[in-house]
Write a protein that binds this ligand. Structure first.
Ligand code: GRF
Length: 212
């Protein structure tokens, strides 16, 4: 049976939504959110998790004095077991920190339906294309290869599919003949960094009303 989206509670300045951000890489998007949250907001990042010990974005834990933890993949050759064990460790950490909203920003693992069902409506992903066009891990490459004239970013709720969940917001960027993967990535990151903290503002004050 399909699990419905359950959105987070409506938060307030005195009791902001407790956010966890999952990263695997540079964490530039994480930094944009943390900067946004330097002004009093109805959401606050309490936990940064990464599967990757070398993720540059881990520095932001220290910089902003936020609990930051690396949870590497457990050491077992059984891939299904490894995935489940890993997600159980993540889930436990989220529960320990009373997390209410999970943000996937550059988190390079696909979450299992079992994990998603526990958090459905309370996990958002930032994807660098205009979904449903160009889902997957190589959106910029695929956009350039297709000679598309526009792309953009999508902020969506996570469901069981890959980049298929309910779309909360999108913004376009245009592509010119000089653009390549890197320049497109930079253009889109600028837009993402402005847009997704505002989407979290909106989520935390109950602006979205969603049925599965
Ligand atoms: C963003 O472009 C986002 O669209 C994608 O991952 C990127 C995050 O990169 N999901 P960074 O770690 O913030 O540099």
């Amino acid at each position: 049976m399909e699990v419905e989206y359950i959105l987070p509670r409506i938060a307030s300045l005195v009791n902001p939504l407790r956010v966890a951000v999952l990263i695997s890489g540079t964490g530039a998007g994480l930094n944009a959110l943390l900067e946004h949250q330097q002004t009093s907001r109805t959401h606050s990042t309490k936990l940064i998790l990464s599967n990757n010990n070398d993720a540059y974005g881990l520095i932001y834990g220290n910089k902003y004095d936020i609990r930051c933890k690396v949870i590497p993949l457990p050491n077992t050759s059984n891939k299904d077991l490894q995935r489940t064990m890993h997600e159980d460790l993540i889930n436990q950490e989220l529960i320990n920190y009373n997390i209410e909203l999970i943000v996937l920003n550059g988190y390079m693992r696909i979450l299992t339906p079992s994990f998603v069902s526990k958090w459905k409506g309370r996990i958002i992903n930032i994807h660098p294309s205009l979904l449903p066009k160009f889902p997957g891990a190589h959106a910029h490459r695929d956009v350039i290869k297709a000679k598309a004239t526009e792309s953009g970013c999508t902020i969506h709720l996570v469901d069981d599919g890959v980049d298929t969940g309910y779309i909360l917001a999108q913004e376009k960027v245009s592509i010119n003949s000089l653009d390549n993967i890197k320049s497109l990535q930079e253009k889109i990151k600028k837009v993402e960094h402005r847009l997704y903290p505002k989407v979290i503002d909106d989520i935390s004050i109950g602006k979205y009303h969603i049925k599965s």
